[in-house]
Design a protein around this ligand. Structure first.
Ligand code: ATP
Length: 400
């Protein structure tokens, strides 16, 4: 397995990787195969990663990519078909969930409906036979930490979704585990509350500082909560890196397309060597590659006619409203189909020509002072330093 996927490469160093920092959770070659009537399902396929002490790692990816199964294997709710899980130096194979020193927070809260908030919070300590006065002290501390001190005598049915989720969090915190495992804990909340709880979780993690693994299919949640994002697809880990790195330096086409909203634009293209340098040629444009980017392709021996050029909507500019001269080497014309104002910016849906099919459309995010209207032809400038070239066959980003 390549080091860049495992997260032992400069991508980690960029985030201030500390050699002295200890690994809290180590997944090695983790694989899970389910057998059902239709055959084998490889839910998790040879996933390896090191998660550092106190780190918040978010597993993100489309439905069915193996996030929950990975988390459930860490929790001990699912047995790996292959591979190992080492928690603080201890191989936890064969250990029951309660012997693993992990606490899991689920999407559906899993609170006891007939117990009060106080009893729900205190339960993990009660079954471990903590003295009553200590349970009381800890319930008070945790409920204050989560702002639910007023709700201790209520039952879950008398709480809002956000309050229930706080109680579920409190019950995990009170166990004081080595690792928190979160399985889409905010997905039952409405959009506004989700954002509020996201901020709460961020603050909470800053205070409690425990190693956390968090599963979501919501890339915004992944980007805002994590120290590092682990992007999965078809059971395989695609990239693990800090959110900014995943956004700016996606390892492959899948990560590039999955992270970012509106998504990165992709154009089939080929390379052309000309007297003045290397050019990216597509049906839509001809753009000159900056020398450092061209140099990165020197050691690559794939098919130059089988590439994908990727550029994010915000890395193209509508030149008509900018007082700046752009080189014709990195500009091209496009036809405006739709203009959508979104506050400080506008999203333009463009096409190579008026009659181009929908699949050729792409998006550019421009300043709100752009005067482009539907039917216009605009000249777009591409920020080549923020662009990428991918091998269409392997998906690999060739310009990292
Ligand atoms: P989601 O976001 O939809 O929850 P996920 O990324 O968490 O998806 P998993 O729930 O881990 O994905 O499932 C990964 C794959 O394993 C899917 O194809 C799923 O159908 C399959 N799978 C999960 N549990 C079982 C099971 N008990 N038996 C058979 N197949 C399963």
């Amino acid at each position: 397995m390549s080091d860049s996927i495992r997260g032992e490469d400069p991508q980690v160093a960029e985030r201030g990787h500390d050699e002295a920092r200890s690994v809290s959770l180590e997944l090695d070659g983790l694989t899970k195969v389910f057998h059902d009537d239709e055959g084998d399902v490889i839910a998790v396929d040879d996933v390896s990663m090191d998660i550092y002490d106190g780190e918040f790692v978010v597993l993100v990816g489309p439905s069915g990519c193996g996030k929950t199964t990975t988390l459930r294997m860490i929790a001990g709710l699912e047995e790996p078909t292959q591979g190992s899980i080492v928690l603080n130096g201890r191989d936890v194979a064969g250990l029951e969930p309660r012997e693993r020193d992990v606490a899991m927070v689920f999407q559906n809260y899993a609170l006891y409906p007939h117990k009060t908030v106080r009893e729900n919070l205190g339960f993990p300590l009660q079954i471990r036979h903590f003295p009553n006065d200590e349970i009381e002290d800890q319930v008070r501390d945790v409920s204050e930490l989560l702002g639910i001190g007023e709700l201790l005598d209520r039952r879950p049915g008398d709480l809002s979704g956000g309050q229930q989720q706080r109680v579920a969090l409190g019950r995990a915190i009170i166990r004081d585990p080595e690792v928190f495992l979160f399985d889409e804990p905010l997905s039952n909340l409405d959009a506004k509350l989700r954002i509020e709880m996201r901020t709460e979780l961020n603050k909470l993690h800053a205070r409690v500082g425990k190693t956390s693994v968090y599963v979501t299919h919501d890339q915004e949640e992944a980007m805002t909560l994590s120290d590092r994002v682990a992007v999965m697809k078809d059971g395989k880990l695609q990239q693990i890196a800090p959110p900014q790195t995943v956004y700016e330096r996606p390892a492959n086409l899948f990560v590039a397309g999955f992270i970012g909203e509106p998504p990165m634009n992709f154009f089939d293209c080929e390379l052309a060597e000309r007297d003045d340098g290397t050019w990216v040629v597509s049906d839509v444009f001809e753009l000159k590659l900056p020398q450092p980017m061209a140099a990165k392709l020197d050691s690559w021996d794939g098919d130059v006619a089988n590439l994908v050029f990727g550029v994010r909507p915000e890395d193209m500019t509508d030149t008509t409203v900018v007082e700046e001269t752009f080189s014709p080497d990195t500009t091209f014309e496009a036809h405006v189909k739709v203009v959508e104002p979104i506050g400080a910016d506008k999203d333009l849906t463009l096409a190579p020509s008026e009659s181009a099919p929908e699949e050729d459309e792409f998006t550019v995010r421009v300043d709100s002072n752009s005067t482009a209207t539907s039917g216009d032809t605009v000249t777009l400038a591409v920020d080549m330093s923020m662009s990428h070239l991918f091998d269409r066959t392997t998906g690999t980003n060739l310009t990292l």
